[in-house]
Design a protein around this ligand. Sequence first.
Ligand code: C2E
Ligand code: MG
Ligand code: MG
Ligand code: MG
Length: 284
Amino acid sequence: YAKTNGVHRVVQYQSKLHDIFVKRIRLENDLQTALENNEFSLYYQPKVNVQSGTVSVEALIRWKHPQLGMVSPAEFIPIAEETNMIERIGKWVLQQSCDDLKTLHKSGFSALKMAVNLSARQFMDSSLKATVSNILTSADVPPSSFVFEITETTIMKEPNEVIRILQALKEQGIMIAIDDFGVSYSSLNYLNRFPIDAVKIDRSFIRDFHENRKGAEIVEAIISLAHRLNLSVTAEGVETEEQVRFLLEKGCDEMQGYYFSRPVPLEQLPNVLMKLQLFARKWR
Ligand code: C2E
Ligand code: MG
Ligand code: MG
Ligand code: MG
């Protein structure tokens, strides 16, 4: 019995691996035509800044696959990175978010800021600066209304080259935030070496902090260290009122998460923004 069971499990395991492999090849293949077929869209998730009393947004890509339905960016962005597709997808995200920001600026949210996620490859691409300035100029949007979110692993690749790129972007007026801050081991080391503006504390720290005292200490320590280095702090993945109260008490500048709003399509954004602006001003 045990033997048959074992063999059975091996077969099950192999067929699962097979499914994963087949799906991966399928996604890789279908990504090639997703842009032309208009299968991508951008959702926007608000960030509530209680320090400045303002609300901004982060653009998050969505892929509606014709047969598979919604595919998570956590699943397809890494594939796009490995296959060079990220170049075209990244450009599309910049262009679309910029157009949408222009629309929002014209419809009463004149000072709204927009954060865009850049993958490592996109960030290191030598044409980034030119692409960004072309898109911003043609849409007539000020560079100072853009924040680029990059992860720790991106900036650890080639520090000297990274510093040069960051400086060039900063000269253009774009702000830089470190996304998913705290998950990589070398976090503290680079904070004062790179010209960055903000850190986003990873969701895992926010999720865990009420379960153990140490989690809370870590969040508190990150906030105070970042402030000493003149960096703004955003907490991501804020889901409960308890978390909001804790973060306010510890002086966290900005909060983002399902407690305030899930990512929403452009049409729904004005309503959400108006509601949250009241909250941001109240805490200022
Ligand atoms: P990220 O930039 O760290 O974005 C935060 C992710 O957490 C988003 O997932 C968001 O929907 C989710 N989230 C926000 N608030 C909460 C919350 O309160 N609870 C929980 N459980 N989750 C929350 P999403 O949209 O699936 O994106 C996943 C990742 O994919 C992003 O992580 C980012 O690294 C990447 N990504 C998304 N859009 C783009 C893009 O346009 N370009 C690139 N290069 N990467 C992107
Ligand atoms: Mg992000
Ligand atoms: Mg993040
Ligand atoms: Mg993340």
